[in-house]
Design a protein around this ligand. Structure first.
Ligand code: AHR
Length: 501
């Protein structure tokens, strides 16, 4: 048994947790839309063709906002193809994922689904193969009340009231050679600036997100942010961050330490935003949108085989990572990292939501089930809203390939509007349980309401349609609280949610 200690004070605040920190992402990719949220022939389909059973799982995650329709897909997408009578919508070759996009589901249908799911839309525009003009047009189509070409087109297509989309991505990963219409930082910064300006002239209430580097591992990371922000700083509200982690060698301690990298990434991008702010003598603060984050590697080889056999088909089963228990621990730790940085990270999207590197899996014509990563996301979305507190963690540390001084206990604390306090905690120790002392000074009388644990003896354990609860949360061992000091037992290798009321 090892010991660790947490100290929190209700007055030591990181920041308010923006509910959009618990966003997700649905791209026209693989079976995310077709065979995921939408399957009109499924017994569970509603009158619009959306699977009600899948929507129930989405609702359990309480996702306040979903990024749509891409991703790489958006860089070759014509939004006009996705509206109007369905039978007239074109089938297009999607050069991002080598599939055929049928446009059966478009902006109107997705907005119906999002409304039913209780989510807002974060809409990505195409700044790859297209430019500011189509960006302006789609804002007019979506948000202008009436009396103009595109707003009247929306009304003619059956939607009188504007969609009122408030958050817009200015393209996707425009630094990547895999992207249709890849750009240099300067080229992108110019285009993003003009697009954002024109979009905001159509609807001054919207916010826009400029593309940061597609990963902190890009050779241009850092200089890309500097140069492109130099062109568009005053006209954008957020910079995007994308990061996926992998464990191809089975190095669990090293894998679980990857959030050290995520934290550095966030701090570096925030510093660059502020450096540009300083250089420009600006009063405007650009915040961060971590709009793609997850584990992604399990399906990479499988995808190559799929493309060898079946290029250009509709809804290929791509990026169908099957997540194991250690992935859930890293996802928990990534959520803790986002919460710790809630002062600057206002938006985050777990990429993605259904079937494609997703917490929710479906079988065409069959069931729906929760992957391992579903649970930490559900817990954070449910209990992580409110205020993020500065959390002092004293924990023994370990070294691994990329890092020294990795704390075994990764933890953060939030306080909700009703005064309840939640401690999120990952124990990265493969062998040993911890006695965790939690000093809750200044909170007044609190009682231990609940201790939830996610643990499995096998780090590679997964959930399947036949065995959906193999990795699922259980009641934790809990502990005692006296004079605002709690002592909680944290099992080896576990995700923990400790709630005080
Ligand atoms: O989420 C899958 C893909 O990952 C997205 O389309 C792209 O933006 C990123 O490279």
């Amino acid at each position: 048994m090892k010991n660790a200690k947490i100290v929190v004070d209700k007055d030591f605040i990181v920041g308010e947790v923006d509910k959009r920190l618990f966003g997700s992402f649905i791209e026209h990719l693989g079976r995310a839309v077709y065979g995921g949220i939408y399957e009109p022939t499924h017994p569970e389909a509603d009158e619009l063709g959306f699977r009600k059973d899948v929507m129930e799982f989405v609702k359990k995650l309480d996702v306040p906002m979903v990024r749509y329709p891409g991703g790489n897909f958006v860089s070759g997408f014509n939004w006009e193809d996705s509206v109007g009578p369905r039978e007239e919508r074109p089938k297009r070759l999607d050069l991002a994922w080598f599939t055929t996009e049928t446009n059966e589901v478009g902006l109107h249908e997705f907005a119906d689904w999002a409304e039913k799911s209780g989510s807002d839309i974060m809409y990505a525009i195409n700044l790859g193969s297209r430019g500011p003009e189509s960006a302006r047009d789609v804002v007019e189509y979506a948000n202008h009340p009436s009396g103009s070409k595109f707003s009247d087109m929306r009304i003619a297509n059956g939607r009188k009231e504007p969609f009122g989309i408030k958050l817009w991505c200015l393209g996707n990963e425009m630094d990547g050679p895999w992207q249709m219409g890849q750009k240099t930082a300067k080229e992108y910064g110019r285009i993003a600036n003009e697009a954002s300006k024109m979009m905001k002239w159509v609807d001054p209430t919207i916010e826009t997100v400029a593309c940061g580097s597609s990963s902190s591992e890009m050779p241009t990371f850092g200089s890309w942010e500097m140069e492109m922000l130099d062109e568009c700083y005053e006209n954008v509200d957020y910079v995007s961050l994308h990061r996926y982690y992998a464990n191809p060698t089975g190095d669990t301690p090293g894998f679980l330490a990857r959030t050290m990298d995520m934290d550095d990434f966030i701090k570096s991008v925030a510093a660059i935003c502020d450096a540009v702010k300083g250089k420009k003598h600006s009063k405007h603060t650009v915040n961060l949108s971590f709009d793609e984050w997850n584990v992604w590697y399990h399906s990479s080889e499988q995808d190559k085989e799929i493309w060898k056999q079946d290029k250009w088909n509709r809804a290929l089963p791509l990026l169908e990572d099957i997540y194991n228990f250690e992935d859930a621990l890293l996802v928990g730790s990534m959520l803790i990292t986002l919460l710790k940085n809630a002062d600057r990270v206002k938006i985050a999207c777990l990429a993605q939501l259904v079937n494609v590197i997703a917490p929710i899996m479906t079988r065409n014509g069959g069931g729906v089930w929760a992957q391992t990563i579903f649970y930490p996301f559900m817990h954070a979305s449910k209990y992580g809203r409110g205020t993020s507190l500065k959390t002092l963690v004293e924990s023994p540390t370990y070294s691994c390939t990329d890092y020294d001084n990795v704390p075994y206990i990764d933890s953060t604390v939030t306080v909700a509007e009703d005064g309840s306090v939640t401690v999120f905690c990952v124990n990265r120790d493969m062998e040993e349980d911890f006695d965790l002392d939690i000093d809750l000074r200044s909170f007044g009388e609190l009682k231990l309401a609940e201790h939830i644990v996610l643990h499995h003896d096998d780090v590679k354990a997964i959930n399947t349609e036949e065995n959906p609860d193999n990795v699922a949360p259980t009641a934790g061992p809990g502990g005692v609280i006296e004079n605002n000091k709690a002592k909680i037992k944290i099992p080896a290798l576990s995700w923990n949610v400790i709630r005080f009321e």
